[in-house]
Design a protein around this ligand. Sequence first.
Ligand code: SF4
Length: 245
Amino acid sequence: MQASTESTRGTLAETSSLRISETFVSRQGEGELTGTNSFFVRTSGCNLRCWFCDTPYASWRPEGDQMSIASLVESISDSDVRHVVLTGGEPLLPKESVLLCEMLRERGYHITIETAGTIDRQIACDLMSISPKFRTSTPDADQHPRWSELHEQRRMPIGTMQRLMEQSVDYQVKFVVDGERDLQELQEIVSQLDVPADKVWVMPQGISNEELDQAATWLRPWTAEHGFQYCDRMQIRWYGNRRGT
Ligand code: SF4
């Protein structure tokens, strides 16, 4: 019976696929696992359209080929890395992400899912890393009327975020702050999610060391004052703003 279940799953892994914009091994640059060597799987496609998106090749202009779940598991096995980060785009958008996570967890990998938390999907992982999108992330209504409306409708389903956190072993909530105008909404979201302050990570929006340094002068003290955790986007400091890092 078990052999037959495994064989069915093997067939499913060969026939199911995800559109992948890139895979790479790098250090995790954000949150509680900062510095951990990880295999990143970036799915292509997103249900939101943040104006500042730093991976437009996975959202505004999605790129990439379909890769079978079996081939992704094989690539990860070949890498000798035990932490896997499923990111995007929005990795919860394709249902096939569930099978990938199941197969990797069966093999003992630690799985982080980096999501905006807007897709209600039953999926198991070790660290659900939710990054709620502020109202200031919404694209310009004149330039992108359809996406502006959809983005605003979709960006903040609090109940969905809570369910995603409940079904994971651990979770963190990450906020990318663009300016002081985001801070009141940040506090409102934390209150609605009802999460402890030490699960909340605040980081500055910025794509250069100079921007990160400048933001840290006012954002780091504000974060400490509220008991939240502060983190730089270390991938920017380590590698600059470029793909594959
Ligand atoms: S949710 Fe993430 S991937 Fe999607 S548009 Fe916003 S920043 Fe880009």
